[in-house]
Design a protein around this ligand. Structure first.
Ligand SMILES: [Zn+2]
Ligand SMILES: [Zn+2]
Length: 86
């Protein structure tokens, strides 16, 4: 189990573990590794919880997939969740 603590960026529910590259939902911890378009937030308990507009989804995915880009932006950290990957 990975369980690395992960800081949540303001306004976004899509999380990335920097150690195992696992992408998951902040709220229900569901895997988003194969959900490139984030359809997870189109329905179900996490509907509309992504926290930013649909138009920015692809850009955001680029940010979380390439931490170098992400780290270049100073984003306030709010809280920490452990990576749920087994
Ligand atoms: Zn992990
Ligand atoms: Zn969810």
């Amino acid at each position: 189990m990975c369980s690395v603590p992960i800081e949540k960026d303001e306004g976004c529910a899509q999380m990335l573990c920097k150690r195992c590259k696992h992408v998951f939902c902040w709220y229900c911890l569901a895997s988003l590794d194969d959900d490139f378009l984030l359809r997870h937030y189109d329905k179900g308990p996490c509907k509309n919880k992504l926290g930013h507009s649909r138009a920015s989804v692809i850009w955001h995915r680029t940010q979380v997939t390439f931490p170098g880009i992400r780290d270049a932006v100073d984003i306030p950290k709010l809280k920490v969740n452990p990576c749920p990957r087994d």
